[in-house]
Design a protein around this ligand. Structure first.
Ligand code: FUB
Length: 300
C-alpha cells in the first residue's frame, strides 16, 4: 500500500514535470536559436552547422525550423529559408530571428553579399514555417561590413519596432510599420560591458532586456543588460550562463504557457564543438526584482 502511494505521488509529479532532452535537435547540428510564440505554438528557428572540415569555420547555408506545444517534443519543419534565397547573397546563414506582425512573418538574417561583406536581409512568409522569400530584393542594412550580423527585432507596446544587431558594437534602427524598411539613421549605442555579439532584445514588466554573448576569458558566456528605454542606455547586469564547449553561445528568450525559457547552444552532441553546435533549452524563473538568475545547463 505504501509502495502504491509512492508510485501515485511519483507519477503525479512526473506528469507535471517534463524536461526536454538536450540538445533539442539530435539529427543535425544547430546553432543560434530564436524562439517565436504564435497561436499557441512555440516555433524555434536555428542556424545549421555543416562544417565537414573540423576547425574550418562556420559553414552555414540554411536556417531550420522546429515547433513544439510542450517544449519537450519538437516537430521538424525542415528549412524555411536559405542564404541564397537572397539573390544578392553569397552565403553564410548566421543568426536570425523571426517576428510576426499583422499575420505575416518576417525573418531578419545576416548573410554575406556577393560583392563582399555582411549585410542584414529580411524575408517574409504567410506561414511561420515558411517558405520565406526575400521581402525587398536588396539588403535592409549595410553599415559596417563585417559587423552587420545577429539581428534581433522587438515590437514595443506603442507599435514601434526596433532592430538591434552587431558584432563588437551594438546598433539599432527604428523599423517602419511595414517591417521591411526603417526611418532615420542607424544609431550606435554605448554597448553594455562585455558585449560581443548575439543580442536578444525584449521587454518584460516595462523593463527592456538585452541578452547577449559576452567575452569571458577566451570564449563566450551569456550576459545581459537592462534599460528603462528601448534605445538605452544599457546597464550591465552580469553573466547568467558560463562558457560552454562551443566557443560561441547565442541566447533566445521567450515566455510560453506561463513559464520562461532560455535557449542557447553548446557543442554537446556527439562529434560536437565550435563548428558543430547544438541548441538546448532551459526553463527558468525571473527573480522578484526582474533580474535573471544563473541558468545551469541540463544535458539528458
Ligand atoms: O553562427 C554564426 C555566428 O556565431 C553567429 O552569428 C554568432 O552569434 C555566433 O553564434
Amino acid at each position: 500500500c505504501k509502495i502504491l502511494g509512492l508510485l501515485i505521488i511519483f507519477s503525479t509529479l512526473f506528469s507535471f514535470v517534463c524536461y526536454a532532452d538536450n540538445p533539442l535537435v539530435q539529427t543535425l547540428y544547430t546553432a543560434d536559436p530564436a524562439p517565436m510564440v504564435y497561436d499557441g505554438t512555440c516555433y524555434l528557428y536555428t542556424g545549421h552547422d555543416e562544417d565537414t572540415i573540423v576547425n574550418n569555420f562556420y559553414t552555414m547555408n540554411d536556417w531550420r525550423c522546429y515547433s513544439s506545444t510542450d517544449m519537450v517534443n519538437w516537430t521538424d519543419h525542415g528549412s524555411p529559408l536559405k542564404a541564397t534565397t537572397f539573390s544578392w547573397a553569397k552565403g553564410d546563414a548566421w543568426a536570425g530571428q523571426v517576428i510576426n506582425r499583422n499575420g505575416k512573418f518576417y525573418f531578419y538574417v545576416p548573410v554575406t553579399r556577393k560583392t563582399g561583406g555582411y549585410a542584414l536581409g529580411v524575408a517574409v512568409s504567410d506561414s511561420p514555417v515558411g517558405p520565406f522569400t526575400d521581402a525587398i530584393g536588396k539588403p535592409l542594412v549595410t553599415n559596417n561590413g563585417g559587423s552587420d550580423i545577429d539581428p534581433t527585432v522587438f515590437i514595443d507596446d506603442n507599435g514601434q519596432a526596433y532592430m538591434y544587431w552587431g558584432n563588437g558594437n551594438l546598433w539599432y534602427v527604428k523599423l517602419n510599420q511595414d517591417m521591411i524598411s526603417y526611418s532615420g539613421s542607424v544609431v550606435q549605442v554605448s554597448k553594455p560591458s562585455g558585449y560581443i555579439e548575439g543580442p536578444w532584445f525584449y521587454k518584460r514588466n516595462n523593463l527592456y532586456y538585452m541578452v547577449y554573448a559576452g567575452w569571458a576569458g577566451g570564449s563566450e558566456n551569456i550576459q545581459y543588460a537592462t534599460s528603462n528605454s528601448p534605445t538605452g542606455p544599457w546597464t550591465s547586469k552580469g553573466a547568467i550562463m558560463p562558457n560552454q564547449n562551443s566557443f560561441t553561445n547565442h541566447p533566445g528568450v521567450t515566455d510560453y504557457k506561463g513559464n520562461s525559457y532560455f535557449f542557447y547552444h553548446t557543442g554537446n552532441l556527439p562529434g560536437g564543438g565550435s563548428y558543430h553546435r547544438s541548441v538546448g533549452v532551459e526553463q527558468f524563473k525571473y527573480n522578484s526584482d526582474g533580474t535573471i538568475p544563473n541558468i545551469p545547463i541540463t544535458q539528458t
